[in-house]
Ligand binder design. Structure first.
Ligand SMILES: [Zn+2]
Length: 147
């Protein structure tokens, strides 16, 4: 007969923070699409995520949990140098007019896959929900009615 040795969790539930960012598969997809380069300046990424480079949300997440399913899809994400205050990510935050006109930042009502981006690696293009680029607006896979 099998005996249970312990019902205690090795990691207490309370110590687990709920992640609001993209999962690892999505991060890998974005990095591959962007050729491991920064979408703002085009130079290669190296070092540690969240320090030397980060994944930018074009349309910022709403506070307190964003229910919209396209928040963490590749269409809303691209890789940039730095974090929120440094590097190319910092440039986005401190030059917001430029960032909006380049599609690096989107407004809250925008559907990311339908908004073109000036991407340093790909040029002007659309980022699809499934991790590709397109030079014409891709079909909306995730309904914008889900808001
Ligand atoms: Zn850069």
């Amino acid at each position: 007969m099998l005996r249970r040795t312990s019902l205690k969790r090795k990691t207490p539930l309370k110590s687990r923070r709920r992640s609001t960012g993209p999962d690892q598969h999505t991060v890998d997809t974005v990095l591959e699409r962007d050729q491991h380069s920064c979408g703002v300046c085009g130079y290669g990424l190296s070092g540690t995520r969240s320090v030397d480079w980060s994944i930018q949300h074009r349309r910022p997440r709403r506070q307190g949990g964003d229910p919209r399913p396209d928040v963490n899809l590749p269409s809303n994400l691209f890789a940039v140098h730095g974090d929120g205050t440094s590097g190319c990510h910092g440039r986005i935050e401190s030059h917001r007019a430029e960032a909006y006109s380049n599609g690096w930042l989107l407004h809250d009502g925008d559907v990311p896959s339908q908004e073109a981006i000036c991407h340093a690696v790909h040029g002007w293009c659309y980022l699809t929900d499934d991790g590709r680029i397109s030079y014409s607006p891709p079909p909306v896979l995730v309904g914008e009615e889900i808001r």
